[in-house]
Design a protein around this ligand. Structure first.
Ligand SMILES: *Cc1c(COP(=O)(O)O)cnc(C)c1O
Length: 388
């Protein structure tokens, strides 16, 4: 099938919910991808922070294929080894007490929202269901997570949205002002990803934490995008010096397979019991085997490498003409330039560099294992496109 035929078929038969870029990806190696026609791309997107170790990673493939040779699915009615192993690894590395597995970021947040309401119901009875999130946040596309998402542009067409959410400015004062006797949780991204790669202020987050602890309001951190080494620590909350009650993650966790995880720390260890929540596919053994292979290798050395690559990118991006701001954490970087972000992304693609956008920002999310020469290639293309 030629690219033109593929494009036609796709547009004819697939719901047109995506404004796709004109590229087909058929194979690759690490952060280097190739189209059917042989055009090469250096990948600064990782399939939106999913392919943590790029594509075709030997160890990851071995783990996945090894599990494929055993059993591809068993359902959560039975025990499977990869799931238990992954949960133990997540708990040991974070201090979480329990994990619930699902298939996506939205589902991981959906579980967090349900758990927050149940925690409060168990302790305080009915009515304490309200959850504060932030303006400009993104928590997913299901009805509950869309309701949790603080963007007016997304609150159209699908009314009525789920009751019990309000959206604060990213300051402790505003979060406090939005909380009441009905509030059971605050849900935050520490670096707003889809909202434009905006890191929250550390002092503000610490103040939100103090307020939450004092009022038994759960502090829930959405690490769907920031998690799993992306920001230079295993989870971004470590860099904020906070102790969340719930952490959700997904995207990069299984290195390219669909997997969501909701981690419960001390307070909500026992909140969800038999029958309270579930998922047919959640914690699929192949996805979990892939995730074990990824998580095991996100060690101190790799995280230091991520920090080094991040510093390198920040330095060189800051020197490009027409770049107004470079913001982010680790290998999650947003660039504000004098040009439209979509235009920059399209021109980069033409020249063989895949970058993403987030609102008015060009968003860079290269694989954690991206090589120095690939970084340099990306910087050169970005420089050409942005400074011209
Ligand atoms: C991508 C994302 C989600 C949604 O994840 P899906 O897997 O698309 O459901 C939720 N929260 C954040 C912070 C994200 O970046």
């Amino acid at each position: 099938m030629s690219f033109e035929e593929l494009r036609e078929k796709d547009q004819k038969y697939i719901a047109n919910t995506y404004n796709r870029f004109p590229a087909d990806i058929v194979r690759g190696e690490g952060a280097s991808l190739y189209s059917e026609s042989g055009k090469k791309y250096v990948d600064f997107g990782s399939g939106i922070a999913v392919n943590s170790f790029g594509v075709n990673d030997e160890e990851w493939k071995e783990a996945v294929i090894d599990q494929l040779d055993k059993v591809q699915h068993a359902s959560n009615l039975y025990y499977t080894r990869p799931q238990a192993e992954l949960a133990a690894m997540l708990c040991e590395r974070t201090g979480a007490k329990k994990v619930f597995f699902s298939n996506s970021g939205a589902e991981a947040n959906e579980c967090a929202i349900k758990a927050a309401r149940k925690y409060s119901y168990d302790k305080y009875g009915e009515g304490r269901y309200h959850i504060v999130t932030l303006k400009n946040s993104f928590h997913g596309r299901t009805m509950a997570t869309l309701s949790a998402t603080g963007q007016d542009a997304m609150h159209r067409y699908f009314m009525p949205f789920l009751e019990g959410f309000s959206y604060a400015e990213p300051t402790a004062a505003s979060v406090r002002a939005h909380c009441s006797k009905q509030t059971c949780a605050v849900l935050l991204e520490l670096v707003q990803g889809e909202g434009g790669v905006r890191p929250l202020d550390k002092e503000e987050v610490l103040a939100v934490e103090r307020f939450c602890k004092k009022n038994d309001i759960l502090l829930m951190i959405d690490e769907v995008q920031t998690g799993n080494g992306r920001t230079g620590t295993l989870y971004a909350y470590e860099q904020y010096g906070i102790h969340p009650d719930v952490v959700s993650t997904a995207k990069g966790l299984a290195g390219g397979l669909p997997l969501g995880a909701t981690m419960f720390f001390d307070k909500c260890e026992h909140t969800l019991g038999a029958g309270d929540h579930g998922s047919t596919f959640g914690g699929n053994p192949i996805a979990c085997a892939g995730a074990c292979s990824i998580l095991r290798r996100i060690d101190r050395d790799l995280l230091l490498e991520v920090q080094g690559k991040s510093a390198y990118l920040f330095t060189h991006l800051g020197r490009i003409k027409n770049v107004k701001e470079v913001a982010g954490l680790g290998l999650m970087i947003g660039l504000l330039t004098t040009k439209s972000s979509r235009e920059v992304a399209e021109k980069c693609l033409e020249r063989g560099l895949i970058v993403l956008t987030a609102k008015d920002r060009v968003r860079l999310l290269p694989p954690l294992t991206v090589r120095k020469d690939e970084l340099d290639f990306g910087l050169q293309i970005l420089n050409e496109v942005i400074s011209e």
